[in-house]
Every structure is written in structure tokens, then in C-alpha cells.
Write a protein that binds this ligand. Structure first.
Ligand code: SF4
Length: 420
């Protein structure tokens, strides 16, 4: 580990290293900090240009995981700004998921009927170069005000259909335990909220944040779930595994949301090692996200075929428990779309032809005289969905505002009776 990353004498020596407040206060926040820690840092001027555009912060702990001072190193690539972040093709957006459009009150995103996302801080232990919320994370390290929290909770009370609240940011575990408890207690006071989920990358970037004080507080508000964000097996250090164990021992189910990143984990064997390491650490691989179309991350994006290939590789090699769902978060606020290899080869009313991971083809006989229970299911608040088509409840779903439809609306209502 570079000497400059270690706590100085004034900081109570090695115990400071294990103190999350010391780690947070001593994040590398500028090119000068980086050069002090890594005097051999390559392309420092280019790093400076990127850091001027998008925030930079790395805990000394996470910086110590860099094994090679090069973008070939996965931790370096996720943490150190790259001039490639300035590449700006027209299809990238600041907010490709259009979260800001689905915010009925500041900080609360309500997209899916039964869930809401509450953004409670704009600070993170580290600013990941691939962050979807690059537009806000780290710009100003603010936390939710009392006024905004009150408005968000009032909205949750007015919408009892919301049963699941995801507390995210930024990273909620960068808040003090007391401030975070204020938020969790307010959400838990809403009777219709069943589960609280917290999204955090601190077990990866600042694992000393998981303290007995924090887990004691969280367990008072069960059911609480935590989703963390490991992307590479090099992040599964003994300290990170210990942090996950402390959360799991507090009765908190743990899931992991990875992002598929070029040059980091775009290799089936890396994802396999990651998933095996996660389940060993009592963390369920939950999602493998296709990298979003966010400004500043184009150099980290992979083609969709890469993710499908990885899923093809995992099935049959790993237990289903260790296989995440590969999803594309649809640009334009369409939500998560699962993508997987095609296992249905053909269908007829009597048989479905399936293939397994080895390429074996099997004919699956359908049951005779099966009458589907069409009464099940109701239309969601989004109106008719593909499920309604499949169930025969709806004849078609027509996209809105198509030029073809506009032409139809303009057309004169004269019946066609043949050519003159
Ligand atoms: S911890 Fe999460 S919110 Fe923060 S920079 Fe990383 S990906 Fe973005």
C-alpha cells in the first residue's frame, strides 16, 4: 500500500484506518491528492480534465485495492477519472432513466406502482466512474432536508399502494447513523410500507462503515434489506466480507447489483468468480445491469451481446441462487427489462421445444385439456401491458404519437371505393 494512504501519527495510527470517519475525511478528492498517493500516476493532466467535469473521491481503503497503476486494473478503472469520460456522443443523457420526470416531490422517484425510490444524500464514499447518477452524485454533498423528508413521507401516506421504499442516493451509509435513523424511522412510520431497502456501496468502498452501532440501529426497523454493489472479485476483500457478515448477522438479507463494465468485468469467468464469492459471503447476486446511456460512461459500456454471452456461460455452471438477472434499464424511463438467451426453440399447441445450456433439445409435452384461469390479474396503473395481450384481455397496444397515427387523424373521412 502506498505510504501516503496510511494514517499519519496525529491520527491514532492504525486504528484510524478502521474508522470510517477517518476514511471519509481523508478521501482522495483532487489530482494533487492522487499524485501524493500515486506519484507515478499515468496521464495526470488528462485525469485532471476528467475530474474537473465529474467529481472525484476515493477512500484510502479503496485506493489501496489498486494493484497496477493502469486502466487495465479493474479497481483503477472504476475509481480514477479518465479523459474518455469527456467523449459525448448524442445518444447519451444526463438522466437517461428520466428519474427527474418521475419525481412527484423532490427526492422521491415513483415509477413502478408499488415501489418508490427515496434519494437521501448526494455524497458517496467513492465516486464510481460508471455512476448512473453522475449528474447529481458528488456535485454538492448535501443530505435530505427535514422539509423534503416530510413531503416525501406525506406522499407515501397518500399512496398506500407503495409497499417497498428504496433508500438510496448517493450512498445512505455515508450519513451518520443518527441522520440515517431519522430517515428510516420516518419511512417506517408509514403503515403501508412493508419493506425498506437500502442501496449502498460502502461494504465495497468503505467497509469499516458497517459498525455494530449501525447494524443495531437497522435491526430496529426490520424488515430492512440491503443491496450492495460489487463489480469485481478483487473487491471481495476480507474487510468487505466481514462487513457483509455483520449485516447478514443482523438479519438483513443482502443482494448485489453489479454493472457490466468494459475492461472491468466483461468476461464470463470474472462474473463467475464474483458470483461465487458473493454467495460465499451470504450475498445473493441480484442484478447484472447493462451500463446505462449516461454522459461520461461510454468508454465503459459493452454491447448487449456481451451480457447475453455471460448469462449463457453462467447457466448450468452455477447454481440458480448464484445467477443474477441481466437487465437493461430502459432509456426514457421504461424501467428494467430482463434480457437472457433464448431457451424456447419452438412451440406448438401440443409441444414446446426447449434447449438446455449444453445445446440439448427436448420436446416438452403440454398438458391436455388445460383451461387457464383468466380471472387472475388486474390491470396495473400503466393500463394494458404485454401480459394483457398474452391473456387475451386486450387486442393490441399501440404506441402513442406515431406519424402514421397523426396522418390518420388528419385524413378526410371518405370511404375508399376503388381506383378511378
Ligand atoms: S456509490 Fe453508487 S451513487 Fe455513489 S458514485 Fe458509486 S454508483 Fe454512484
Amino acid at each position: 500500500m502506498p505510504t501516503a494512504l496510511r494514517p499519519g501519527r496525529k491520527s491514532r495510527g492504525s486504528s484510524a484506518w478502521d474508522d470510517w470517519r477517518w476514511q471519509f475525511r481523508n478521501r482522495l478528492r483532487s489530482i494533487e491528492d492522487l499524485l501524493r498517493a500515486f506519484p507515478e500516476l499515468p496521464a495526470a493532466d488528462e485525469v485532471r480534465q476528467a475530474a474537473d467535469r465529474f467529481p472525484l473521491a476515493i477512500t484510502p481503503y479503496y485506493a489501496s485495492l489498486i494493484r497496477e497503476l493502469s486502466p487495465q486494473d479493474p479497481v483503477f478503472r472504476m475509481a480514477i477519472p479518465s479523459v474518455d469520460e469527456l467523449y459525448n456522443p448524442p445518444f447519451l443523457r444526463e438522466d437517461p432513466l428520466e428519474e427527474d420526470h418521475d419525481m412527484p416531490v423532490p427526492g422521491l422517484v415513483h415509477r413502478y406502482g408499488d415501489r418508490a425510490l427515496l434519494l437521501v444524500t448526494m455524497a458517496c464514499a467513492m465516486y464510481c466512474r460508471h455512476c448512473t447518477r453522475k449528474r447529481v452524485a458528488g456535485g454538492r454533498e448535501t443530505t435530505i432536508s427535514d422539509r423534503s423528508l416530510t413531503r416525501a413521507v406525506a406522499y407515501l401516506r397518500e399512496h398506500p399502494e407503495i409497499h417497498d421504499v428504496i433508500i438510496s442516493g448517493g450512498d445512505p451509509f455515508t450519513m451518520t447513523t443518527k441522520s440515517l435513523e431519522r430517515v428510516i424511522a420516518a419511512v417506517r412510520s408509514v403503515p403501508s410500507v412493508d419493506i425498506i431497502r437500502i442501496g449502498t456501496r460502502t461494504p465495497v468502498t468503505m467497509p469499516m462503515r458497517i459498525t455494530p452501532e449501525l447494524t443495531e440501529m437497522l435491526r430496529r426497523y426490520h424488515p430492512v434489506w440491503v443491496n450492495t454493489h460489487f463489480n469485481h472479485p478483487n473487491e471481495l476483500t476480507p474487510a468487505a466480507v466481514r462487513a457483509c457478515a455483520m449485516l447478514a448477522d443482523a438479519g438483513i438479507p443482502l443482494g448485489n447489483q453489479s454493472v457490466l463494465l468494459r475492461g472491468v468485468n466483461d468476461d464470463p469467468t470474472i462474473i463467475e468468480r464474483l458470483c461465487r464469492g458473493l454467495v460465499r459471503s451470504r450475498v445473493r447476486p441480484y442484478y447484472l445491469f447493462q451500463c446505462d446511456l449516461v454522459r461520461g460512461v461510454e468508454h465503459l459500456r459493452t454491447p448487449l451481446s456481451c451480457g447475453i454471452e455471460i448469462m449463457e456461460y453462467l447457466r448450468g455452471r452455477l447454481s440458480g441462487l448464484a445467477i443474477p438477472t441481466y437487465v437493461v434499464d430502459a432509456p426514457g424511463g421504461g424501467g428494467k427489462i430482463p434480457v437472457l438467451p433464448n431457451y424456447v426453440v419452438s412451440t406448438s399447441p401440443t409441444h414446446t421445444v426447449l434447449r438446455n445450456f449444453e445445446g440439448m433439445l427436448v420436446s416438452y409435452p403440454e398438458p391436455e385439456g388445460y383451461a387457464p384461469q383468466r380471472s387472475r390479474g388486474t390491470k396495473g396503473e400503466s393500463g394494458a401491458t404485454v401480459w394483457d395481450l398474452a391473456a387475451g384481455k386486450q387486442g393490441r397496444i399501440v404506441p402513442q404519437a406515431m406519424p402514421r397515427h397523426e396522418r390518420r387523424d388528419r385524413r378526410e373521412d371518405i370511404p375508399f371505393t376503388g381506383l378511378d
